[in-house]
Write a protein that binds this ligand. Structure first.
Ligand code: TYC
Length: 118
């Protein structure tokens, strides 16, 4: 059926935006939304950064409990790399930057990077 100008559609460029083929039935669809890509913040092991400093970083920047922070720190210490958390791009980037900045200001070589989550 062709589009007719009817009051319901007036002032909205006559788009049949309820996608019902202008039958007048209400079958409105939702605008498409996409989930944002997620990014892991990875911490790398080194031989010099004190364990307590890494725990402090995990507590203060990644909101971990002392217990969880200790588990993550020991994982990185033993395996070489570990996940501090998974966030949207800007948050992951900011947290990685905060870690590097805090480490640098305390003269520790601690390294942190982000990686796109699978
Ligand atoms: N390997 C360090 C030490 O023995 C501790 C450490 C853990 C450093 C995790 C960095 O990301 C790190 N003092």
């Amino acid at each position: 059926m062709s589009m007719r100008i009817i009051p319901r559609m007036a002032g909205r460029q006559n788009h049949d935006d309820d996608r019902d083929g202008d039958t007048g039935l209400a079958v409105k669809t939702r605008a498409k939304t996409k989930k944002p890509s997620m990014y892991k913040v990875l911490m790398l092991n080194d031989d010099y950064t004190p364990m307590e400093f890494v725990i402090h970083v995990l507590e203060s920047i990644f909101d971990k409990s002392y217990e969880d922070a200790t588990t993550i720190m020991l994982h990185v210490h033993q395996k070489g790399v570990g996940v501090c958390g998974v966030y949207t791009y800007e948050i992951a980037e900011t947290k990685a930057m905060l870690v590097m900045d805090l480490a640098r200001r305390n003269q520790h070589p601690l390294q942190c990077t982000i990686e796109k989550d699978a």
